[in-house]
Design a protein. Sequence first.
Length: 89
Amino acid sequence: MKNIAALQALVTAASLDGEPSAAELDAIELEMPVIRAEVELLDAQIMTLDRPVSEVDARRIRRARRRVMAARRDLANRTVGATVSGGAA
């Protein structure tokens, strides 16, 4: 009977052990308002899963959707602004 074994070391094991870089942490920090708004929207939607949607629930979901869109818009504007000002120098 032949033994089947890997001839090379694992490729992904070493890459998963590291901490996030400073650039990755900065990117997460930049996206945090969008993440918070999306969590708030998800919470509002989860509250309505097991019951009919009331008018208050509908307003809560609409407000949460508007916050998500505003956070995404702000992030996109910051990203475009950083790209334009960074490329002009």
